[in-house]
Design a protein around this ligand. Structure first.
Ligand SMILES: Cc1cc2nc3c(=O)[nH]c(=O)nc-3n(C[C@H](O)[C@H](O)[C@H](O)COP(=O)(O)OP(=O)(O)OC[C@H]3O[C@@H](n4cnc5c(N)ncnc54)[C@H](O)[C@@H]3O)c2cc1C
Length: 506
């Protein structure tokens, strides 16, 4: 992790972000005699817990050792999505001729400008998570590293905070890649890649998960020569195979050198460049790049918290152990967000924070397992999912029927020139109960929310086909999947009956 109060290049936007995320000269408050809730970690999980609990009248302390806002704001969702937007702009320029009827003179991507735009927007969004704002909402904000002193108190910067309940919301960090020579050669992670101000000419991205794919595409579209290497056969392991194949094709079209089934065996620094040895079955090749970005998974932040003193069980791979109520092995201590979850997303950090408020402070019995959780990889096209996968249904042995609508059959997608992808909705066989969906489309992340809503509200696919969707919209694909389901209900018997009725009534 970088030092707590450092952002690069430390321009005016970084200074603005720091002023809210870690105000210079900040003085920690005098601790209250006892807190209803002490929250360790000021990322999404910690902020939502602290603000929600304080709003309900709890006496709350929040401890943050680095930057308020955590990964999502500073080194994750916000900067990555800002860059992806600039990158998409350049990709759209490349696609201009059919829209404007002529070739455009080549426009060179301005990498530095894209990064500056990102820093400007990140600073603006950061105001929302500021230490001052939290103080204004009645939260005692302590800047410093929190660690448990015992089962009922936490220490920070020499102060001792007694708690009725505590929440561990310390998040995760980039896992260290175990590749020979990589430490000596140097590499970027999500904590350092957004510090760049100049475009690396050649970039090797290691890892084919959401982070690797999103940033590989963003950097390629911003003018880098990108190679992406993943040991897996497909990108986004776990997603439907046809979705992953569309993504691989899209990345190739962006000029990315896609290396699947490929291990990075070693890295060495030679002169001004880094040489990476890539092994794919019996092919052994060394490529030269200027920078290496790793996205090989996340490690939970459990070190240094003295969790042993609090009687909280954890391990370095899976993080803090929680039950379905998000309670740890100390019944006064809960955990939320990346530090305790397999699904490491901001909306999961938010959702689990809401569970913790209810369960820790109000005798709630909300369960993690009751959540219906969508997610999305924000490449172009986006790949979004909710509920079960085909493979999972097969393994668990429940019969399922799938309704698929290619985006090329959706007028708005055709008009927008965004025909790539599909909407695929799974229902329990013989019913319209929605079990899951995968959407591959330019705005799949927006579209999946409709399916999630239906699942949360217990609405079936028949109801979705009855929902009037504005024409022309890409979300009509969801209604069309509902129509496809409706057609299967027209059995030969009903069709014959309908024919006879219509003949009779002529
Ligand atoms: C590049 C990238 C892109 C991403 N994009 C998306 C996306 O588009 N959508 C999405 O849903 N998710 C995305 N994520 C995941 C998302 O950022 C995380 O799931 C989310 O930030 C988790 O929130 P959290 O509060 O659990 O942890 P964090 O945001 O990591 O916050 C934990 C905080 O705890 C602090 N802390 C740690 N130890 C201590 C201690 N001992 N004392 C005090 N403070 C401590 C840390 O400094 C940190 O600020 C992305 C992640 C990355 C890396």
């Amino acid at each position: 992790m970088k030092p707590p109060n450092r952002l690069l290049p430390n321009d005016a936007y970084d200074a603005e972000l720091l002023a809210s995320a870690r105000p210079p000269g900040w003085k920690n408050p005098t601790p209250a005699p006892r807190y209803n809730l002490v929250v360790i970690g000021g990322g999404t999980a910690g902020l939502v817990t602290a603000v929600g609990a304080a709003g309900l009248g709890a006496k709350v302390a929040l401890i943050e050792k680095s930057l308020m806002g955590g990964d999502c704001l500073n080194f994750g969702c916000v900067p990555s999505k800002a860059l992806l937007r600039s990158a998409r702009f350049y990709a759209d320029l490349d696609e201009a001729p059919p829209f404007i009827g002529r070739e455009l003179a080549p426009v060179e991507a301005d990498f530095a400008a894209a990064l500056t735009r990102m820093r400007r927007l990140r600073a603006r969004i950061g105001r929302h998570d500021s230490a001052e704002r939290l103080r204004g909402l009645g939260v005692d904000v302590f800047l410093g590293e929190g660690r448990f002193a015992d089962r009922r108190s936490v220490e920070v910067e020499g102060a001792r905070l007694e708690f009725q309940k505590a929440v561990v919301a310390t998040g995760s960090r980039a896992a260290t890649p175990s590749i020979e020579g990589i430490e000596e050669a140097g590499y970027l992670t999500n904590e350092t890649v957004f510090d760049l101000t100049a475009r690396p000419r050649r970039l090797l991205v290691i890892g084919g998960g959401p982070l690797g794919c999103e940033l590989a595409q963003a950097f390629a579209r911003l003018g880098c020569e990108v190679t992406i290497a993943s040991q897996e056969r497909y990108f986004l392991p776990g997603e439907e195979r046809d979705a992953a194949e569309i993504l691989a094709d899209a990345l190739r079209r962006d000029g990315i050198d896609v290396r699947l089934n490929t291990a990075v065996a070693s890295v060495a620094k030679e002169g001004g460049e880094k040489r990476a040895r890539l092994i794919n079955y019996d092919q052994d090749e060394t490529i030269a790049v200027d920078e290496i970005l790793t996205g090989v998974g996340r490690a939970p932040n459990v070190e240094g918290l003295n969790l042993e003193a609090a009687g909280v069980r954890y391990d370095a791979t899976n993080g803090v152990s929680v039950d379905d109520f998000l309670r740890t092995t100390n019944r006064r201590v809960y955990a939320a967000g990346d530090v305790a979850l397999d699904r490491k997303y901001t909306h999961m950090a938010d959702a689990t924070a809401r569970i913790v408020i209810q369960n820790a402070l109000f005798l709630g019995r909300l369960r993690l397992s009751s959540l219906i959780v969508p997610w999305c990889t924000y490449t172009d096209p986006e790949i979004a999912h909710v509920g079960v996968y085909v493979e999972e249904a097969r393994e668990r042995g429940f019969p399922m029927k799938t309704f698929t609508v290619p985006m090329s059959e959706v007028d708005r997608a055709v008009l927008d020139g965004e025909e790539e992808g599909f909407v695929k909705i799974h229902v329990r066989e013989g019913t319209d109960v929605i079990l899951g969906a995968t959407i591959v489309a330019r705005h799949a992340g927006e579209m999946i929310n409709e399916v999630s809503l239906a699942m949360v509200a217990g609405l079936g696919l028949r109801t979705l086909s009855r929902v009037i969707h504005s024409y022309p919209t890409q979300a009509e694909a969801i209604r069309k999947a509902g129509d496809a389901h409706g057609r299967t209900r027209l059995t030969p018997f009903w069709r014959a009956l309908s024919r006879r009725w219509l003949a009779w009534s002529r």
